[in-house]
Design a protein around this ligand. Structure first.
Ligand code: ATR
Length: 271
């Protein structure tokens, strides 16, 4: 039976085994998906032997998402642009193929929960400029956003994104985050603020128009203070759990040959 897994350090808290395990049993597939703790200095060795152990692929998570690019034989354009991979395929010829499905998961989550949303409805505003934000920026631009505003506490990381992703990206100062929301059709919290144990994201939201699509990548808790306030202002809100679920689907399909569904049953199981 084919085996896939998730490589990280630490890995005990990953929700991916539960997610893929649910799909395997739901579709009656004889396969396995296991958490694999891998220290950074062992990543290259582990990747070399996994195909010989029966692994058909793997997800990679913190701290390996960037370093795995140098170890893969083939890197997709979007993984290279984002600078990180989360999905590996071990091909029959022994080559390791690295892709990034985070941006796909981000867009698929919005499309499932806000079917009327279109990327070209107006400017998008992204708060944050870390690894997750890079995937969001790539997918929004690929979806047809014509103006992408971004701000980050550490401004230089936002400037770096502008220099790599081009002139549709406009950098705002962190102190101007509230102004960035004026006229925006899509607003994303791509920082880790609002996550359990971290301070909430505080951005002046007066400029936010009712009906704006507001989404958060955080899913613990599902309802962040940021989403609560957007909801109170009449915005359409989408939580971050769906991104986690949808980013897993392309890997599952390639490893196990079945396109899995993302539904409320899965949400309840993974939470
Ligand atoms: P990830 O891969 O999840 O995006 P990351 O690359 O560490 O993780 O990025 C975390 C993001 O949250 C960054 O945009 C970070 O801002 P900095 O680049 O200035 O570090 C943002 N972030 C985390 N804690 C923050 C805080 N207390 N205030 C403002 N921004 C914060």
């Amino acid at each position: 039976a084919p085996i896939a897994g998730v490589l990280g350090w630490p890995i005990a808290h990953s929700r991916s085994p539960r997610l893929h395990g649910h799909w395997l049993s739901k579709y009656g597939i004889a396969g396995h998906y296991i958490p694999v703790p891998v220290m950074p200095e062992h990543l290259a060795d582990v990747l070399r032997v996994m195909p010989r152990m029966g692994f058909v692929g793997a997800n990679v998570t913190i701290p390996h998402k960037e370093s795995v690019l140098a170890l893969a034989d083939v890197v997709t354009d979007r993984a290279a642009l984002i600078g990180a991979a989360n999905t590996l395929i071990f091909r029959p010829d022994g080559k390791i193929h690295a892709d990034n499905t985070d941006g796909y998961g981000f867009i698929a989550n919005i499309r499932q929960n806000a079917p009327d949303w279109h990327a070209d409805q107006g400017p998008a505003a992204v708060i944050g400029a870390g690894g997750a934000a890079r995937a969001v920026v790539a997918s929004l631009l690929e979806s047809g956003v014509t103006e992408l505003r971004i701000c980050n506490r550490t401004r230089i990381r936002a400037e770096q994104i502008r220099s790599e992703f081009g002139a549709k990206v406009i950098v705002y100062d962190w102190a101007q985050a509230g102004n960035m929301l004026e006229g925006a059709a899509t607003v994303v919290n791509a920082t880790s603020m609002g996550m359990e144990g971290k301070p909430p994201l505080r951005v002046p939201m007066e400029a936010l128009a009712p009906g704006t699509l507001v989404t958060d990548l955080v899913y613990t808790p599902l309802m962040t203070a940021f989403l609560e306030e957007a909801k109170a202002r009449g915005c359409q809100i989408v939580d971050g759990l769906g991104m986690l679920l949808h980013q897993a689907a392309p890997g599952f399909e390639r490893w196990f040959g079945h396109r899995p569904e993302v539904d409320d049953e899965l949400r309840a199981i993974v939470l």
